[in-house]
Design a protein around this ligand. Structure first.
Ligand code: F6R
Length: 590
């Protein structure tokens, strides 16, 4: 939710910030803005719409310091006035902000009494005004400190002072990372914003305040302890190409094509660490998974997997976790799964679990993210940069790592690695097959005008049906509902009319026969049956063949045609698959 980028240095800050915003657009894309200093003047530019569409960089003057923001609206409608940066009455203090200032109303009232005039509907605007108020009797640094201490809520904030050209940033619950370049310093919500300039980073912790004085000088202080901190510089291993579309028209298709590599990287884990975590899982009498959205579906697949061998395993959407916490004790291992590591509900669930004394293992993609810092154990899913708002390769990475952990508890991690690498090669063959792709495109054309789709699966593929429905809803704006096959006759079947498209996920195993019976029942009520499995069946009107694999591994292959289907339906309907409406890649606010 919202992306922040700031730069101070010897290169042109205006173009660095504009380009950085383009890399951050997946975090919010309803409006954007930048302020840069040139000849002691502050130049402010704010626009509604996507920054990717902005062509006017060459009309902006160069600068050595700039801050920018791409917005996902929370307080106040989408408008130029509400977009960031926001500024003080004298236009000397500029602020970009990600998160929510919970006590903004009382601060606003206090400032209005002191003759501050507000122009936007946002919570953010109180920040520059409060700094301005403190600035009357304090230095820029002290004014920011005093202001940050008064803000309630979760946020990342970057402030630019027109007088000194200095930048100050802080975080509490929302991400903010510092980049250390040879020619300047960066602050951003996420590393890809400046990865083309530097891979040296400092991950700021909650309560840290960084003061960028010039191109190479900065100070980091903790707001509570007031101590100056000397923080470790990390090196990011993601390649810049991963954060670029390259030869692909969209990140979505690029990231789908990267799935085979993502699976290989997910199973490439440090053996010692893996066996330590496998021991931990073995010793824990209970496992409980938490996550949101797609990551939640990977968790649900994990619940089926571990339950199948008698391990007591629970799952809840992270936002619902507090309802189940009373049933869990210190012996439970909580497993949190998240691509971004910044999803607010997952973070809150982990914090609550830790307060109760549970140990937490997190499976995360983004290095240095909040979840990696607050968990007791962390395994990286190693998917690489994922920019498309729809999670694709990260889902496969999450599933693969969970499956690898499953193998590991039987001391079979090597076999797990081998089996998963084989699947990665099979998926690669599918993705390279022209026939397979043209079949999916044909189905996409057929489904693009449909209003409803139903998805049926059982057992290990019940989570696949949920993920199928989510991908088609969010990427194609088609109402899609998922059901466990056994639920069909308990109500759902009433929705089936002549021609209603129904996707059936099939895999070898105990439930194959029952799922086929469901297909038959749907077909006899007029449904158009789209079967995904390894053998064409007589009731299928449309069949998509995926490799035959063991039942518990089938979620990995069955989801592949769906990811492509969602992509191609989006194209058919003229939807930008990378940035569907109303969404943002990481949900960092409640
Ligand atoms: C769907 C999607 C979301 C995320 C969810 C959790 O395609 O991307 O449902 O899976 O917001 O995000 P992370 O994994 O970053 O915690």
């Amino acid at each position: 939710m919202c992306g922040i980028i700031a730069y101070k240095g010897k290169e042109n800050a205006t173009s660095i910030v504009i380009n950085g915003l383009k890399h951050l657009e997946y975090r919010g894309y309803d409006s954007w803005g930048i302020v840069y200093l040139n000849n002691q003047k502050a130049h402010l530019l704010k626009k509604v719409g996507k920054i990717g569409e902005f062509q006017g960089l060459n009309k902006l003057s160069n600068s050595s310091v700039a801050i920018g923001h791409t917005r996902w609206a929370t307080h106040g409608k989408v408008s130029v006035v509400n977009s960031h940066p926001h500024f003080s009455s004298d236009k000397h203090i500029f602020v970009v902000h990600n998160g929510i200032v919970e006590n903004y109303k009382e601060l606003k009232e206090e400032l209005i009494k002191k003759d501050h005039h507000f122009v936007s509907e946002t919570d953010t605007e109180v920040i520059p005004h409060l700094i301005e108020e403190y600035r009357k009797n304090n230095s820029f640094v002290a004014s920011c400190e005093k202001t940050f201490r008064r803000l309630k809520g979760l946020f990342a904030i970057v402030v630019l002072d027109k007088e000194t050209g200095e930048i100050i940033g802080t975080r509490k619950g929302s991400p903010l990372v510092m980049g250390i370049g040879d020619k300047g310093l960066f602050l951003a919500s996420d590393v890809p914003a400046f990865l083309n300039k530097t891979n040296k980073v400092i991950f700021l912790d909650d309560g840290d305040m960084v003061h960028i004085i010039d191109a190479g000088t900065y100070k980091i202080k903790n707001l509570s302890s007031k101590k100056i901190l000397k923080k470790k510089i990390d090196i990011i291993k993601w390649k810049q190409e991963e954060a670029e579309k390259g030869k692909y028209p969209h990140f979505m298709i690029k990231e789908i094509r990267e799935i085979p590599e993502a699976i290989e990287k997910a199973v490439c884990q440090d053996n010692q660490k893996l066996s330590l975590i496998a021991d931990l899982i073995k010793k824990s009498p209970n496992l409980f998974f938490v996550a949101c959205g797609t990551a939640g579906h990977a968790c649900l697949a994990g619940q089926y997997l571990f339950s199948s061998v008698g391990k007591h395993t629970g799952f809840s959407a992270a936002s619902e976790f507090k309802n189940f916490l009373p049933t869990l004790d210190k012996k439970t291992l909580l497993i949190a799964v998240s691509q971004s590591g910044e999803t607010i509900d997952a973070i809150e669930a982990v914090k609550r679990a830790k307060e109760k004394g549970l140990k937490v293992l997190s499976l995360v993609n983004v290095m240095g993210s909040t979840l990696t810092r607050i968990s007791d154990y962390v395994l990286m899913i190693n998917a690489g940069s994922e920019k498309c708002v729809l999670a694709t390769k990260s889902y496969l990475s999450q599933l693969s790592l969970i499956i690898l952990l499953f193998y590991s508890i039987f001391n079979q991690s090597k076999k797990g690695e081998k089996d998963l690498k084989k699947i990665s090669r099979q998926i690669n063959q599918l993705l390279e097959s022209k026939l397979f792709i043209s079949k999916i495109k044909k189905l996409a054309r057929k489904l693009s005008s449909t209003k409803h789709i139903y998805v049926i699966g059982r057992s290990y593929n019940f989570p696949t049906t949920l993920e199928t429905a989510l991908k088609i809803k969010e990427g194609c704006y088609i109402h899609t509902e998922a059901f466990a096959g056994g639920e069909l006759k308990h109500g759902v079947i009433a929705l089936i009319e002549k021609g209603t498209p129904c996707i059936i996920h099939l895999s070898k195993g105990e439930e194959e026969e029952n799922t086929l019976i469901n297909a038959m029942e749907l077909k006899s009520r007029g449904a158009y049956i789209i079967g995904i499995g390894n053998k064409k069946q007589k009731d299928f009107d449309f069949f998509i063949e995926v490799p035959e694999v063991e039942e518990f591994l089938s979620p990995l292959v069955n989801i592949i045609p769906i990811l492509l289907l969602s992509y191609y339906i989006a194209l058919e309907k003229g939807i930008d698959p990378d940035k569907p409406r109303n969404l943002a890649k990481s949900v960092t606010v409640k």
